[in-house]
Structure formats: C-alpha cells, structure tokens
Design a protein around this ligand. Sequence first.
Ligand code: NAD
Length: 310
Amino acid sequence: MSLNQSVLICDQVDAVLNNILQKNGLHITYEPQITKEDLAKKIGEFDIIIVRSRTTITADLIEKATKCKIIARVGVGLDNIDTNAAKAKNIRVINAVEGAMNAVAELVIGLMLSMAREIPRADREIRNGNWIKKELMGSELAGKYLGIVGLGNIGKRLARLARSLNMNIIGYDVIPIDPEFAKEVGLIKADLETLLQSADYISLHVPLLDSTKHMINAERISKMKKTARIINTSRGGTIDENALYEAIKSGNLGGAALDVFEVEPATGNKLATLPNVICTPHIGAQTKEAQSLAANVIAEKIIQILRGVI
Ligand code: NAD
C-alpha cells in the first residue's frame, strides 16, 4: 500500500496528527465540523477516516465508504464506530489506548481529593461570601481502601498513582491480573462483591459491554459501605443512575464523582442536584498531553499499517 492516500479528519484533533501524516505524503482533508449528511456524500472518496468523539461512523456510512481501508479513533472507546460493519468490509479500526491512561487516572485522583476535602463546595461558598471552615472537616486518602474494577491500562495507572498516596488497592478484573503489577502495588485481589463491600472508594475502569451494563445496580450498591464513594470515568451505562441517585439521596451511600453519564451531554441530570455528587463533562482524556499523545499514536499506527509493519 503506498503512502499516497487520502485522509478525512472529521473531528478536532491535535495538529501533530496532520503534520506527521502530511510529512509522510498523505493528503489531508480537515473538516472538524462536518455534518453527517456531508460525510455521507464524501466518505466514498477517502482511504482513511479519522474521528474523535463528535462523529459517529455508522453501518450506513461504512456502506458508502467504498475506498476506506482504515478508520481511526483518536481516543480509547470505540462506541462511536460500528466495528462489526467495518470488519465485514475488511476495514481496519484502530484506536489509541495509550493516550488517555495517565490523564484519566489523574482525574480520578483529583475527584477523590475533591470529595474527601469538598474542594468544589469550599470554592463555591467562598464565591458566595461564606467562610464555612468549621463545616469542612475532611478526610485523607492515605490508608483508605480503593477498589478498582477493571485493571486494564487506566485501572493499572490509577493503582500506581493511588499507591503513591498510600492508599490500599483492592482489584477485580475478569481476566488474570499480572503478578508483577500486583506485587508492585501490593494489590489485594478480590471478587467483585468483596471489593464492593470493603472499599472506601470504588472506581470503575471497564468498557461498556452487555456484561458491564448497570454492573453497579441497586442490589450491589446496597452491599457497599454507607460512607463509600463511587467514581465513574469509564462509561455512563456501567452504573444504574436511578439506583445511584436513590442511594445517595437517602444517605445509603457517601457520594459519587461522575465524568460519564448514561445520556451525554448530561446537563439537567438529577444526580448533579445532590450536594455530595461531583460532575465533570467527560473530560477524562481532555488534556493537552493526552490529545497530543493519542494523535502521535494514531499517526504512527496509520503509517505502520500503510508500510505493512503492523
Ligand atoms: P482496557 O481495555 O485497557 O481495560 C479494561 C479492563 O476492564 C480490562 O482489563 C478488562 O478485562 C476489564 N473488564 C472487562 N469486563 C469486566 C468486568 N465485567 N468486570 C471487571 N473487569 C472487566 O481499557 P482502558 O483503556 O483502561 O479504559 C477503561 C474505560 O475507560 C473504558 O470504558 C474507556 O472507554 C474509558 N475511558 C474514558 C475516558 C474519559 O474521558 N472519561 C477516556 C478514556 C477511556
């Protein structure tokens, strides 16, 4: 396959992607605001389609992508690409799992600290002219038990960061956990039920699959400590939001920090009305470093595929 290929970039991506591909002789069309209608008209002209989160590549678009050899997602999850339809057409689908690893893990640490010390509330109250020091008796992360559900790229990175804060790490995954990593972070391996019962903080790092949809439901929440806090930076559908809302509202759960929601944008989500819930608008991978790393990874993968290396 020659590198003389046409590329359509459908979403806003770090300029490094454009630069590397151009330097290697690829022809770039950059349309970060392209509509679905325009995409349907043009998609047949391109060898490579690149998206981030805004554009969804559906089966009907793939049907029209007659020249397409690669669909690339400058990110981790492939929820916005019909991977089965692509596979049926022999189109390679690639992503950049490495990009978001540290960014998401750092966000989780930030969210845990925000809950432990009520940082968002403290800031809000000062802006409203209130000095509520006496109400803000916090707790520390050191010595607390962090339950990590899903020890893939992000889960492992989080474990290492949390360990450096002297948290105790409990881990659960459906696949065997690397013993070297387990030793390094002093991992307490547990089944899901034990993890949920024991942890002070529970952080989800699983993909959204039929098996993980609503894996945190009313029954499982009822087994958690009443003071436990849940952090979700994976995918919204992994938690039953109604059950989470009821548990926190009734005082049966300590709180939650959510970066992902069942419906996004989540403006108007009732969870955001609860005082002990912190919400962020799906910013896990939204750092300059993560975007640049993901763009680099995708550019290198495309070139390697075109050169027949991978
Ligand atoms: P990964 O594939 O490296 O790890 C996922 C892990 O979950 C794997 O080890 C897998 O075995 C495990 N798993 C699957 N089903 C499970 C189950 N039922 N119970 C326990 N473990 C299970 O993925 P990753 O790169 O670490 O990403 C994790 C999640 O983070 C994904 O949902 C991804 O879409 C999401 N993500 C969110 C953001 C954001 O902006 N908030 C950014 C990047 C990734």
